[in-house]
Design a protein. Structure first.
Length: 285
């Protein structure tokens, strides 16, 4: 008999956090799929054992935060091999990483740092994405970042940089709509134009999350991508535009700080599911 279908449906899922392991296994809510941070489930231990149980009932996506694809010092091959073992063990429908860097020469930073958008950085990221896909034996998705600064010597708009990586390295795109809202506000970009610049056929997943607004002394404000609140109305509006452009795409609600009860995340996913169903009659959350 064929094994279970591991593909991630074009419905709404939630990011599974440690706080929700027990209640998820006890209640088995009708959510379309789940995503976890890859680095939390490497090796043995109770968390990995729990994910083994979860994957029996839910399609799964692994979302990495530690490959540091933009690091000029090269990939950590030991870490990449551990990611490969996790992919083989949990058989996720999707595997993704960030357009960022977080390590150099063995030193690790606790953040996803922005890249200079230059031809040299583009070559570096493409080379690393190709290497990761070769080791994993599958296509990965690359997520657009949220950013708070721009390098003076950047020469390529971020949306063009991301599209170029997808074209040259053959990866797909994880379009984080909240990140676009944050970065567009911080840098004065047109969020809708950003979406329209992405190759629709390459977008295979969407992320939604909340962010905070920090007032500045001059009366302006700054957006912080903290994943600590409900999805904002501005993000919901841009999400509707994204669906019209990209079609029915698996959509994830992230919540990483001040994590609420699972029911709150499920309610956010239900709103995304309603939009998907309204536009495409997609599978509900």
């Amino acid at each position: 008999m064929p094994g279970p279908d591991r593909s991630v449906p074009a419905g709404a899922g939630v990011g599974l956090r440690f706080q929700h392991h027990e209640v998820l296994l006890e209640t088995r809510p009708a959510v379309a799929w789940l995503e976890v941070h890859t680095e939390n489930y490497l090796g043995a231990g109770p968390s990995a054992a729990t994910l083994e149980r979860v994957r029996r009932d839910y399609p799964l996506s692994l979302h990495g935060v530690g490959l540091s694809l933009g690091s000029a010092s090269g990939l950590d091959l030991q870490h990449l091999r551990r990611v490969r073992e996790a992919v083989r063990r949990f058989e996720p429908g999707l595997v993704s990483e960030h357009l960022s860097w977080c390590s150099v020469d063995g030193a690790w930073m606790p953040d996803l740092l922005p890249l200079p958008m230059t031809e040299e950085a583009l070559d570096c990221v493409c080379r690393h994405v190709e290497q990761v896909q070769q080791v994993l034996g599958r296509q990965i998705l690359l997520e657009n970042p949220s950013s708070y600064l721009r390098y003076a010597h950047s020469t390529i708009p971020e949306w063009e940089f991301l599209a170029s990586v997808a074209a040259r390295a053959g990866c797909a795109i994880l379009c984080d709509v909240n990140n676009i809202v944050v970065s567009a506000a911080n840098h004065g970009w047109d969020a809708t134009a950003y979406l329209e610049a992405l190759p629709a056929a390459r977008v295979k997943e969407i992320h939604l999350a909340g962010h905070s607004v920090m007032p500045l002394p001059d009366g302006a404000s700054f957006r912080i991508d903290d994943h600590g609140s409900r999805v904002g109305e501005e993000t919901w509006r841009l999400y509707a535009i994204a669906l019209e452009r990209f079609g029915p795409v698996p959509t994830l609600v992230e919540w990483d700080t001040d994590v609420p009860a699972l029911d709150v995340l499920l309610a956010e996913a239900a709103r995304a599911s309603h939009l998907l169903k309204e536009l495409f009659h997609a599978q509900p959350a």
